[in-house]
Design a protein around this ligand. Structure first.
Ligand SMILES: [Fe+2]
Ligand SMILES: [Fe+2]
Length: 186
């Protein structure tokens, strides 16, 4: 720990820097990582979330079968939550001085997950579970990467990660309750 005197001296320097680097926005001198790398990583997650929004929306509208109503609602709710993740990531990129990459061109190659329509309800549930498991692994890696370097981004990612784990759990529950009755889903 620094002595109180030197801490005060540090405060003077801190104030001086804050005044002279206004164009840097929220990215201050002690930002722990390379901000360009952080933005590039976050933009991969942005692409992943867009693909997840589109896949869940498609499933929410196109799912058929006797027991599809509750599942459709679940898909629609997940689509809304994936869109919230997209917003959180895009806002953070903006705070870091970058631009969220929302360009449809090349979207699938930037995303970690895939867009698969699925043949029937069980297929759809499986595809979403696969995508959620990929998202979980990706966000866990990112949380480790940001660690102490950028705690604000880490906290945002942890929040998203917790919700992806809930999503995976929801899809697993649906799979267990529907896979046993494949005749109902055709
Ligand atoms: Fe998400
Ligand atoms: Fe999710």
């Amino acid at each position: 720990m620094s002595k109180p005197g030197s801490f005060l001296a540090d405060i003077k320097e801190l104030r001086r820097r804050a005044r002279h680097q206004l164009n840097e926005g929220a990215v201050t001198e002690n930002y722990g990582g390379k901000v360009e790398d952080a933005i590039a990583l976050l933009n991969h997650a942005v692409a992943t979330e867009i693909v997840c929004v589109l896949r869940y929306k498609f499933h929410a509208i196109c799912a058929t079968g006797l027991s599809s109503e509750g599942v459709k609602e679940e898909f629609a709710q997940h689509a809304t939550e994936e869109e919230e993740h997209l917003d959180l990531l895009s806002e953070r990129i903006n705070q870091l001085g970058g631009k969220p990459n929302l360009d449809p061109e090349g979207l699938l190659s930037r995303a970690a997950t895939e867009f698969v329509e699925g043949e029937n309800l069980v297929d759809m549930i499986k595809e979403n579970l696969v995508a959620e498991r990929i998202a979980i692994e990706t966000y866990r890696e990112m949380v480790r990467y940001f660690g102490d370097k950028d705690p604000t981004t880490r906290v945002i990612l942890e929040r998203i990660l917790a919700q992806e784990e809930e999503h995976a759990n929801d899809m697993h529950d649906l799979l267990v309750s529907h896979e046993g009755h494949p005749m109902l889903e055709k």
